[in-house]
Write a protein that binds this ligand. Structure first.
Ligand SMILES: [Zn+2]
Ligand SMILES: [Zn+2]
Length: 291
């Protein structure tokens, strides 16, 4: 499998010279399976450039793919109206959401293209777009297997584990928005997140864990209950789950490249103190990982 990051930023796009290296586009991850199936995780603004690349690569042939939504917050859906392949007749995309968010996902994707907020309606998308729920929290294709888990995030969100078919060790975990610290009061009426133990088991032994590491410790204390994690909590989780590589993800919009470099350095020092072999990188637009 091959992973490519098209959007690494959380919450709000933050383009500009100070965020050039890690990127300013919001969440979008492209995955190519062993059979070259196209899986896309989230449709933040990064999906716009992915769409242009897909069209260049297809050279007129139909484009098919599956788009998995962790949840329907703006930074995970706002690129879809700019995903050019969705406007082209003959292309085919299945949009997957959790059963609990399924009803709202279809509604929200339409509403973000309603005339009050957007000039072009959802029905202008000429590709075949089918919104479906991940029944049984699982989707298996010819060469891959996707499992999901409910994580802690306002309104509910999914984490994903993607494995090469029949090779559970060749896998990565993608949890873009998740508050690992369980100590804040959960709001009523939300999907119950998995326990810490279940989450660790879900990620156990993955080659790559891509996880929300939005905050420093100080920032986290000011944003408890907002649904995101500190880099320290992400590292503790990665160590507990015994993954090989942690990819810091969902960067805070105000975090400049140099500040992210410093955060990464602190992460390396923390792992060195613990004596672990965990590798840590920060997600950057254009970065590719092979699994
Ligand atoms: Zn987000
Ligand atoms: Zn969110």
């Amino acid at each position: 499998m091959r992973l490519r990051f098209w959007g690494t930023r959380g919450s709000c796009p933050s383009p500009g010279p100070s965020t050039n290296r890690y990127g300013g586009n919001t969440t979008c991850l492209e995955v190519r399976t062993d059979d070259d199936d196209l899986l896309i995780f989230d449709a933040g603004t990064g999906i716009r450039e992915l769409g242009l690349a897909l069209i260049r690569g297809a050279d007129g042939s139909p484009i098919r793919g599956e788009i998995f939504f962790s949840h329907a917050h703006w930074d995970h859906i706002q690129g879809l109206p700019f995903f050019t392949p969705a406007f082209q007749h003959g292309n085919d995309f299945t949009l997957w959401g959790s059963p609990t968010l399924f009803g709202s996902l279809g509604v929200v994707l339409r509403q973000q293209m309603s005339p009050v907020v957007f000039p072009v309606g959802f029905d202008a998308l000429r590709a075949r777009l089918e919104v479906r729920a991940l029944e049984g929290q699982r989707r298996s294709g010819s060469g891959y297997d996707v499992r999901t888990i409910d994580v802690r995030h306002p309104g509910g969100a999914l984490g994903f584990r993607v494995s090469a078919a029949g090779q559970p060790g060749r896998s990565f975990v993608f949890i873009p928005d998740n508050e690992l610290d369980p100590s804040f009061d959960e709001r009523d009426g939300q999907p119950r997140p998995a326990s810490r133990e279940a989450l660790v088991e879900f990620a156990r032994g993955a080659q790559v864990l891509i996880h929300d590491a939005m905050y420093t410790g100080t920032e986290y204390m000011e944003h408890r209950g907002w649904g995101h994690s500190s880099y320290r909590d992400a590292i503790e989780f990665a160590l507990a789950a015994d993954v090989q590589t942690l990819v810091l993800f969902h960067h805070e919009p105000d975090r400049e490249d140099t500040a992210l470099d410093s955060m990464l350095q602190l992460c390396h020092e923390m792992v060195a103190e613990r004596g672990g072999s965990l590798e840590i990188v920060a997600a950057a637009e254009g970065m590719e990982i092979g699994i």
